[in-house]
Design a protein around this ligand. Structure first.
Ligand SMILES: C[S@@+](CC[C@H](N)C(=O)[O-])C[C@H]1O[C@@H](n2cnc3c(N)ncnc32)[C@H](O)[C@@H]1O
Length: 352
């Protein structure tokens, strides 16, 4: 591979890792041939321009502490390998140290699907905050999103409903790439719904920007939006009016729903990710699934298997409600970065 191409590919990898805020220890600093991608002063400047000094970072920044750790890790590798270090690296590090006392509860993460397409989400800097797990994106959501990208035909022209949507990665990617007839996000937590509304707005209102070196041209859609307290209803169409999709955000608490509420939400495809983690929620969750599933609908639930007993209990509750399940074994092509050592299972559910 020519060295220019190699550097470009590796810089894209590290840019996507930086913006999706993967653990510093998991960052790919070396290319396939084992060369560090910042051996020269010029490469160091390129790397900064694609990450901490980019326009995307000015607008939708990962937390200052993450940026600081990122630059520090590069400095450390340069020192360990006796690379000459450019002034810009020291300047960035000093500037980020100056921001050390700016502790923020929220930050942005940007998930690249391709060099030209990404979704930006406001997320919490903590895995659990405000009494919910819903303010960050979990790996089962990334897995379900990868599956959706590879199985567009299952979602195209369908009414799709998501349970426990969290911050919206799966639905935003599906709305953008899989052409569903409608997409309804639901969640039971008010803080999650509030952030989800922001994220849907962020990724659908008309706006476009481009960053030459960053290769990030985002054409967003025109979006007419109506909102009330626990319900947001977005109608979006392409700027030329060629395609219209309808995105809804609704409050749905598995522990407190009415049959009428669920009847109004019936859809062709029901999706959920990382909703099987608390034994107390298994019965209510399966009750909602049972009310939503009909002879013509299907559900896909992706779960990180943290605890075998909890997952087995989920399968038992499905059996007691006469919901058929089968595991979807084809592993989708990786798009996002997450720990692949932890098992994730995707189940397809249908009513008997
Ligand atoms: C672990 S998070 C997963 C979020 C997202 N699906 C993902 O994978 O990133 C679990 C989600 O389920 C939601 N949830 C928990 N209990 C719920 C309930 N009783 N009714 C509705 N949603 C609930 C939480 O608010 C949270 O968004």
């Amino acid at each position: 591979m020519a060295s220019g191409k190699r550097t470009c590919t590796s810089l894209y990898t590290i840019k996507t890792q930086f913006f999706s805020v993967i653990l510093i220890k998991d960052l790919t600093f070396q290319d396939d041939e084992g060369h560090f991608i910042f051996e020269t002063l010029e490469e160091q400047v390129d790397l900064l321009n694609m990450t901490v000094n980019s326009a995307l970072c000015q607008q939708f920044a990962p937390s200052s502490s993450y940026q600081q750790c990122f630059v520090k890790a590069i400095l450390k590798k340069c020192e360990e390998n006796n690379f000459e270090i450019c002034d810009e690296l020291y300047e960035s590090y000093t500037m980020l140290i100056g921001k050390s006392n700016e502790v923020s509860e929220v930050c942005y993460k940007t998930y690249f699907i391709s060099p030209d397409e990404c979704i930006t989400l406001q997320e919490s800097t903590q895995m659990i905050s405000h009494g919910t797990t819903g303010l960050c994106t979990w790996q089962a959501a990334k897995y379900l999103t990868e599956w959706a990208i590879e199985n567009k035909q299952i979602l195209k022209d369908k009414h799709v409903l998501e349970l426990g949507s969290g911050l919206g990665l799966t639905g935003l990617v599906i709305s953008k790439f899989c052409c569903p007839a409608t997409y309804t996000f639901t969640d039971g937590h008010e803080n999650v719904l509030r952030t989800l509304r922001k994220n849907v707005t962020l990724n659908t209102v008309q706006e476009s920007y481009s960053e030459n070196d960053d290769c990030c041209n985002i054409q967003k859609q025109r979006c007419d939006k109506t909102e009330n307290d626990d319900n947001s209803y977005f109608v979006c169409s392409d700027t030329d009016g060629s395609r219209q999709d309808i995105t809804r955000i609704k409050h749905l608490d598995w522990e407190a729903f009415t049959e009428q509420e669920v009847k109004d939400l019936r859809s062709d495809v029901i999706l959920a990710s990382d909703v099987v983690y608390d034994d107390r929620l298994l019965e209510p969750l399966v009750k909602v699934l049972s009310s939503l599933l009909s002879s013509s609908s299907v559900a896909y639930v992706s779960s990180t298997i943290r605890n075998d007993t909890t997952f087995s209990k989920f399968l038992d509750v499905l059996d007691t409600k006469s919901i058929c399940w089968q595991e979807v074994k084809n592993v989708p092509t990786p798009v996002f970065y997450y720990n692949k050592d932890v098992a994730i299972k995707l189940l397809k559910l249908s009513s008997q």
